[in-house]
Design a protein around this ligand. Structure first.
Ligand SMILES: [Zn+2]
Ligand SMILES: [Zn+2]
Length: 535
């Protein structure tokens, strides 16, 4: 990225300039990892390079984008929680934006693959891809672009997944909860705020096991790996009992003991005792092959043979494939699930009324840690907590995280879609990483009929709101005005990062000054909250 035509002394000073620019950018809420794109203005026929915010959700990657994202999520949560009209869901055609995102995603993937082949670090590309994937999801497409559409195997699971013992109500075709009218005619729309926590794995003090030897790290690891499935089951059971299409906005956050837990805003209400009963009755069985006896370890590892798959190095016996192992599980009537996960006793259910300060506080609580990774609750100055985290990572190291995990080889099963070079203990999946500690799922879980808007629409709302507050009607944008193209890596038209950041800061300053001027002009209107909302 450095311009070779510059004198050496200036080139050497560049990294420092870059650091300063990054700090300034952070202060002004400007994205510090902008993605340069080429934009053609079809009205003028001019191409220019435009920086698009990276869209990261974590502080550690880009605090400016993470903060904006968190504010957007809060708006989304607020709008859906106490909705008083039925959201209209219409299946829609892929829009231009969606098509563009998919093409852009493909380009990023190609650049990432190129980085891999050059032996370069792919962290930046991975982050960008993650961001675009999130955008694609938010743009209203379900599933992922790579389209893992292998038919799901449900046979054994369906037979063995026992239904919990819960009352079942008739489904009413509504997503709204009940309302109650007081004697003075006021209508109340009560909703719920629920916190669900995993069970105890041993006594903990200040986030650290009192006795690490007896702390059940294996259970903690497996619970974290399958947590999202348990949440799915909870929602299924909740809807069955509630008798309506319950909508929710939930976030998965870390506890100090490094286990994931869940905060959930639920539209509508149920008796608290019933919610507790549902949580207590909810469980998920993991019907995977056994993984408790180590068959291959150290130098004694299965070997790959083209055409056959993985073999036992001593006997030449071909290990069962993933599907064979599942078939075996099906026919064995004494088989036990690999793991059964349930919630712990700490279930908190709170009734919340729309528009109260209580509701606002819950929304802040729901979004509090969204910009932090699961491992960020760790106090790195505390050696006991560091050791606890290290033991958790160690426990996750050999746990199979998915059917494709290379760790299956350790337990004598070929992973699904086995290929040469797989090594137990070296799975590259997020779930094993210290930042994720077993939970690799989405941090925000929003049901489809929550606010009836995509994140992109919420973003547009914010913009319109500001313009209206300023008495400036938003001009109807021509959706076909611009054509966007990704820029090839190292394109000479992209100035150094420091320069781009400072340019964005200057734009932000101009814009703020403009806002302040408009505010001064808007006679008598109180717009003191405006700046805070849009910054
Ligand atoms: Zn950013
Ligand atoms: Zn894995």
């Amino acid at each position: 990225m450095t311009d070779r035509s510059l004198p050496r002394a200036i080139r050497q000073a560049m990294p420092q300039a870059r650091e300063v620019a990054v700090e300034v950018a952070k202060q002004y809420g400007v994205c510090i990892r902008p993605v340069p794109l080429k934009r053609l203005d079809v009205h003028t026929g001019r191409w220019e390079v435009v920086d698009v915010p990276c869209g990261a959700t974590l502080d550690a990657k880009c605090p400016s984008c993470a903060k904006r994202n968190r504010q957007l999520r809060m708006a989304q949560c607020r709008e859906g929680w106490h909705l008083d009209h039925e959201p209209a869901i219409t299946p829609d055609e892929p829009t231009d934006e969606q098509r563009w995102l998919v093409k852009f995603r493909a380009d990023l993937q190609a650049r990432r693959d190129q980085a891999v082949s050059l032996g370069e670090d792919t962290a930046d590309w991975d982050a960008a891809i993650e961001g675009v994937d999130a955008e694609i999801h938010e743009a209203g497409m379900r599933g992922n672009v790579l389209g893992h559409t292998v038919p799901k195997r449900t046979r054994s699971t369906r037979r063995r997944q026992d239904a919990p013992n819960l009352p079942k109500r008739r489904m009413a075709p509504t997503t709204l909860g009940r309302t109650f009218t007081s004697s003075d005619g006021k209508v109340y729309r009560p909703s719920l705020f629920v916190t669900l926590t995993l069970p105890s794995y041993g006594k903990v003090h200040d986030g650290v096991p009192v006795d690490p030897e007896s702390y059940d790290y294996r259970r903690a690891a497996r619970d974290a790996l399958h947590f999202s499935k348990l949440v799915d089951r909870f929602v299924q059971n909740l809807r069955r009992v509630a008798g309506y299409d319950v909508q929710y906005f939930a976030t998965v956050e870390p506890q100090k003991r490094l286990a994931p837990h869940l905060h959930m805003a639920i539209r509508g209400t149920l008796p608290r005792a019933e919610v507790k009963q549902i949580a207590a009755a909810t469980y998920h069985q993991v019907w995977w092959p056994p993984a408790d006896t180590v068959r291959f370890d150290g130098d004694h590892l299965p070997v790959w043979q083209d055409g056959a798959g993985y073999l036992d190095p001593a006997t030449g016996e071909v290990l069962p494939t993933w599907h064979e192992a599942l078939d075996q599980l099906d026919t064995d009537h004494d088989a036990q699930p690999l793991h059964v996960i349930r919630f712990g006793d700490q279930i908190d259910v709170k009734g919340v009324l729309a528009g109260t300060s209580d509701a606002d506080q819950c929304i802040r609580y729901l979004s509090k840690y969204l910009t932090k990774s699961l491992a960020d609750s760790l106090d790195t100055d505390n050696p006991a907590q560091r050791q606890h985290a290290a033991r958790m990572v160690e426990a996750l190291r050999f746990e199979p995280c998915s059917p494709r995990c290379p760790n299956w080889l350790r337990y004598g099963v070929q992973p699904k879609d086995a290929k040469p070079g797989m090594l137990p203990g070296h799975c590259r999946s997020k779930a094993h990483k210290p930042d994720h500690l077993g939970y690799a799922g989405r941090r925000v879980l929003v049901s489809r009929k929550w606010s009836n808007k995509t994140l992109a629409e919420h973003r547009q709302d914010r913009r319109t709101w500001v313009l209206e507050a300023l008495g400036q009607p938003g001009e109807p944008a021509d959706p076909h005005r611009y054509i966007w193209k990704p820029l090839p890596a190292g394109d000479a038209n992209v100035p150094p990062l420091a320069m781009r950041l400072l340019r964005s800061v200057a734009e932000r300053q101009r814009w703020r000054a403009h806002m302040a001027q408009l505010r001064a002009e808007a006679d008598g209107q109180d717009l003191s909250a405006t700046e805070g909302r849009v910054a």
